[in-house]
Design a protein around this ligand. Structure first.
Ligand SMILES: [Zn+2]
Length: 420
């Protein structure tokens, strides 16, 4: 964060205190910001190029200084905590395995900026920096983190799988580890299933009525077997066959890779807030949402492509019917795996481990869709993490039957090596 003198349009020096969502309320940062305010200094955030400009505003009631994104030059990088998405537009995500680094876990989130002023924040699609298109939306990353933390991405094949509702409740429990808007843990504001949506609406109404100057935020997660989006209304069919509608959905879904709305069953994740302090309690809106297919209702493991869905579904089926292997576990990572010897990071399509006696063997599998992709590590970079790395060249495979055959060969090989 830099001090910016807007009268001369000069960047002056780096701020001597760390200004973030966690520190901004503290007395030391507030007293520093009061000084800047007196000198009519602005701030410049170097999360992106060109840097995002913010000015300072004194809240009339308690004199607290807050930061306001400049309406024209205030576009932060998508990962920056000062990034404001309410006025932004959804961006399509082209998933590239290198993007979610292993150390990027978040313990504090803010889905939308607070109501700080009547000045619209920036982040218009035209001013968004080109590299922000390469980044994964913070809402998607948050949901992925919950799926990983709740072990939903892990199929322990020898164990009975939980019901759909239990799976969602486990994901919700993982929200306990995340603080939303500096206030409470995310779990309190995370609702699941069609029933949860009713509860979400009534709690948001209550909260907005009680204190409309704060931007209340909440998240809904559910598994859908069908969905349709038309005229700001989303029609959903849950896995139980219930049909219900979510209105005031202001934008199209954030697209993940080539998935379409009819790629189901899928997880639907939506985040809600009010547009302004003046909004009526019943005018709750949904601005960000996405739908992402998973393997099947027994194992709601989120996937990045329809190939992954077919391959993982088949691998689980094969492993669960294979005699004499012990504790087969399949894991589909959403963020990078790090080798503790080489510190290299990578994201395979999935990994499988088997253990027998005191021996555990693990291997990782990559699906390579086109001939030109070449992002795979060699075995030596991950020798501390995996016994082997397999690459399945999808472009050489013509039919689903051949694909299944190749998966079977790879798994049988790995099991045979374990028995040696
Ligand atoms: Zn920033």
């Amino acid at each position: 964060m830099w001090i910016y003198e807007h009268t001369t349009k000069r960047r002056l020096f780096k701020t001597p205190v760390i200004i973030s969502y966690q520190t901004i309320g503290t007395e030391s940062v507030q007293s520093y910001l009061r000084e800047c305010y007196e000198k009519k200094y602005w701030l410049m955030c170097d999360c992106t190029t060109p840097p995002a400009i913010m000015f300072l505003r004194r809240q009339s009631k308690d004199g607290e200084i807050v930061l306001v994104n400049h309406s024209q030059f205030g576009s932060h990088g998508a990962e920056c905590e000062f990034y404001s998405s309410v006025k932004g537009s959804p961006r399509e995500i082209n998933f590239n395995g290198a993007l979610v680094s292993a150390g990027e876990k978040r313990h504090h989130v803010q889905l939308y900026r607070n109501f700080t002023s009547d000045i619209p924040s920036a982040a218009s699609p035209s001013s968004a920096s080109s590299n922000s298109e390469m980044r994964i939306d913070s809402f998607i990353r948050l949901v992925w983190q919950l799926f990983e933390d709740s072990l939903t991405q892990l199929a322990d094949i020898s164990q009975p799988s939980p019901s759909e509702l239990i799976s969602l409740l486990k994901v919700r429990d993982a929200g306990q580890q995340v603080i939303l808007c500096k206030q409470e843990n995310l779990k309190k504001h995370l609702y699941v299933d069609a029933k949860g949506f009713g509860l979400l609406k009534s709690n948001m109404k209550k909260a907005h009525r009680l204190n409309s100057s704060r931007r209340h935020q909440s998240v809904l997660l559910l598994f859908a077997t069908h969905l349709e989006f038309r005229n700001e209304s989303l029609r959903l069919t849950t896995y139980k066959g219930e049909v219900f509608y979510i209105d005031n959905v202001r934008r199209k879904n954030i697209k993940i890779n080539r998935f379409d709305l009819y790629d189901t069953p899928c997880l639907v994740a939506l985040s809600f807030c009010y547009e302004s302090p003046e909004s009526k309690p019943e005018d709750l809106i949904c601005i960000k949402w996405f739908a992402q297919p998973f393997v099947n209702l027994k194992f709601p493991i989120l996937v990045h492509s329809n190939y992954e869905k077919i391959v993982i579904d088949y691998a689980i089926h094969f492993l669960s019917n294979y005699p004499d292997i012990h504790n087969p576990c399949l894991y589909k990572p959403l963020s990078a795996i790090v080798d503790n010897r080489t510190q290299k990071e990578f994201i395979p399509s999935f990994t499988v481990s088997f253990s027998q006696a005191n021996k555990t063997r693990r291997f990782a599998l990559f699906l390579q869709e086109t001939e030109i992709e070449n992002v795979y590590p060699d075995d030596t970079q991950f020798s501390n993490t995996f016994d082997s790395i397999e690459i399945l060249k999808l472009y050489e495979i013509q039919t689903v039957e051949t694909l299944k055959y190749r998966i079977r060969m790879i798994l049988e090989d790995a099991i045979n090596r374990l028995n040696l």
